[in-house]
Design a protein around this ligand. Sequence first.
Ligand SMILES: *Cc1c(COP(=O)(O)O)cnc(C)c1O
Length: 379
Amino acid sequence: MTEPPLLLIPGPVQTHPRVKATMAQDIAPWDNDTRTRYAALRERLRAIAGGIEGEHVCLPLQGCGHFIVEAALRTFVAPGTKVLIPNNGNYGTRMIRLAREAGRVAVAIEIPEGELATAQMVEKALAEDPSIGTVAVVHSETSTSVINPVEEIAAAVRAAGRRLIVDAVSAFGAIPFDLGAHPETDAIVFSSNKCLEAMPGIGVAVARVDRLEACRGNAGSWSLDLSDLLHHARSYGWGSIRFTPPIQSLAALEVALELFEAEGGQPARLARYTENARILYDGLAALGLTPWVPRDRQGPIIVTMHQPPDQAFALQPFVDALKRRGFLISNFSTTSVPTFRVGAIGHLFPDDMRRATAAIADTLEEMGVRHLARAPLAA
Ligand SMILES: *Cc1c(COP(=O)(O)O)cnc(C)c1O
């Protein structure tokens, strides 16, 4: 059998062989050994989030990123009340839909795709509408590569006396946000399979105990009720898992956290991803491709390039030809104009990025693509 290609996608990401190997076992979720390990795993995740013991709790939930984002919106925003959502890409748009379909009133700040959500925008919107109780913001807008200034937005929310939910699904573990320094934040949410480099199947909220208590009864969904997860833990113990969990994914997450800590935690991971993204950005730009965002807005999670405006280029054949060279990228574009994106996260290193850049050059050459540059960058 040939080696499977390396995943250069923003989740589920390439994982360490030990993380994969851990999946190959049968595990009983309620077994006392499992319970001890699960309770410890929750504490480790709370600590990575900067959560304070007694003030914050870690609430893992079966499912993917969307599920935990929806659970946070349902739990902390009461039905029929307003949540302000800065929208500068696909994941902002998705939060708006999750909130609306759950019967919450999503008030969008529409921001041109690829630009930043700013604290000033949030401050203004909150001043104009005192009935907005909560702001929900995407930390790393995975569809466009930009990192929203969540620290500054959080300060504006705190000054206005409102509450904050942070969708850190593609940021957590790499881009810092210290929950302990953010009393205005009800919850930070993330998933197992992005910067933590584990397997898919688990969404996680690290949330405030006082707010979970105050928000009991909001969710309107037993499955997606974070307050009920706290209640369950208090009733049955912190090692108890409500409903059947993807238990092998939890075991893999344990190993992934060991590797995370051995690497040097969040600062080391950020440094590796930043270098990965820099090599991709510079390397692909040097081939003549046009980056989707200017360098000062390029985050460390993915690199997005305009598709070459050449008749010989088509995304799926490009993806297929690149896969034959050992690298798999997404076969869809998440921006309003045609782009392709290359993930910088996962168990991947600068040498992988150099080889991927060379493989992209070879692939474009093989396809006979000559015109690589798109329009000049927006100012
Ligand atoms: C990936 C992602 C999600 C959704 O995660 P799924 O696991 O695909 O449901 C939500 N928000 C952001 C910012 C993401 O990058």
